[in-house]
Structures are given as C-alpha cells and as structure tokens.
Design a protein around this ligand. Structure first.
Ligand SMILES: [Zn+2]
Length: 244
C-alpha cells in the first residue's frame, strides 16, 4: 500500500476507474458476478433495452426495489478516500461503471458515469427528465413511474444491455485515460468493454496502470502494481499515507 501511495504521489495526474467491487462494501451487489443479479434474473428479460420497450412495467417491477436499495446504501471507505484524494489534488477524476451515485455522495466532484446512473429518468416520448426523488415518489404510487406530460413510462438513465454508452461520458473517459500518468483501477475485473480498453489507452500514451481488485483482471500482466485487497481498506490507507 505504501508503494501504491508512492505511485499516486509521483505519477500525476492520477485518474481512477472504478467498478462494482468499490460498492460491494456498501452492500450493493455486483450485478455481473457469478452470484450476482444477472445470474438470478435473465438480463434479456429485465435488463435489456428490448425488454424495456416490450414491457416497461415488468422491467420496473424488477428495478423499483433496486432503486430503493441503492438510495439506502451509504458510501464506504473507498468512496470517501477517493473524495479525500481528489480534494488533496491527487486524483483528477473518477471514471465509474457504477450507477449508484455513491462517488458523488461521498464528495467526489469529477465523476464520469460511463454506464449512466439512477440520478435521472427520462420520458422516451417527450424526453422530459425527472430527478431520482421524484421518480421514487412516483414509485410509491404506482409500480412504474409515468411522465406527467404524456403518461409514457419513464426509462432510468442507466445503460441497458443493447444500448450504446453515453457518448459524452465515454469520450471524456478516454481523454482522461490518455492524460493519466497513473490509471488506478479499483474493483473491476476489466471485462466489460469499452471501459476495459481505458487502461490500454493509458499504457499506449506512456502512463502506468495500478490495480486494486479481489481476483484477477484482464490486465494484471501489464500493471505496474497489483494489490489483492479490499478497496476500502486499501484506499483509506493510501489517503492516510498521503495526508489527504
Ligand atoms: Zn413525456
């Protein structure tokens, strides 16, 4: 962990890429793990854009309790440490695959959500956008939230299977990865593309990659440093060591 702290201090700017492993300590299940949500529920039935177009109410019956669970989850030591490091000028931005808003709630300001988030939901007809609190209110009244203008069922602004990633966020993520002297990967096995290509972008531009993850990742052999430990414990130790 002191080696990781050294890397963060010496190789600036540092950009952080986070995956589901950062939020598991907050009780948020890893949707894609072998025991995760998409192992229990067929993503083609509940998580794909085709399923949503076919039967949005069914998809919302699946999502509604998860929205509630995500809003009750609290940021953990990993989220808090990354916010501290950003305030200390040691982290330029956090690129995250997570939709749970926990980085922002922990105080991180530069957060790039490449898989969208639960922050807003949008009407597929009139494109009106609704904040999370409003959507949660609607979910107390009805199994699926509807647009107050045209009554269409809202779609959460999370990326569904079969949907493109938000172009602006992805472009920003790749630009950050190219600028990074250190790309710190936390809690991601780097299996989901195109996000998994971000560390390659950093390496190609002459930067280094460090990985904190429980379990192997696709890029272990090219990492400057690999820490097999929990995200919260590791990042808190790094922030402490750097007096962040
Ligand atoms: Zn509408």
């Amino acid at each position: 962990m002191s080696r990781l702290a050294e890397l963060v201090r010496d190789r600036q700017p540092c950009v952080v890429l986070t995956g589901a492993g950062v939020s598991t300590e907050s009780g948020v299940p890893d949707f894609r793990s072998p025991t995760g949500l998409w192992a229990q529920f067929d993503p083609l039935e509940y998580g794909s854009i085709d399923a949503f177009r076919r039967d949005p109410e069914k998809v919302w019956r699946f999502y509604a309790p998860r929205f509630a669970m995500l809003t009750e989850a609290e940021p953990n030591d990993a989220h808090l440490a990354l916010a501290r490091l950003e305030r200390a000028g040691l982290v330029r931005a956090v690129v995250t695959q997570n939709i749970d808003l926990l980085h922002s709630r922990a105080g991180s300001r530069e957060v790039v959500e490449v898989h969208g988030s639960i922050r807003t939901s949008t009407c597929p007809w009139c494109r009106r956008s609704y904040e999370l609190a409003h959507v949660l209110g609607l979910l107390e009244e009805a199994p699926a939230p509807a647009c107050s203008e045209c009554e269409a069922i809202l779609k959460p602004d999370v990326v569904f299977f079969g949907e493109l990633l938000p172009a602006g966020a992805i472009e920003r993520a790749f630009a950050l990865a190219r600028e990074a002297q250190l790309l710190l990967v936390v809690g991601s096995a780097l299996e989901v593309h195109p996000v998994a290509g971000l560390p390659l972008e950093t390496l190609d531009a002459g930067g280094a990659v460090a990985i904190v993850n429980l379990g192997p990742t696709a890029l272990d052999s090219r990492a400057e440093l690999r820490v097999e430990a929990s995200a919260g414990e590791t990042l808190r130790a790094v922030a402490d060591e750097l007096d962040a």
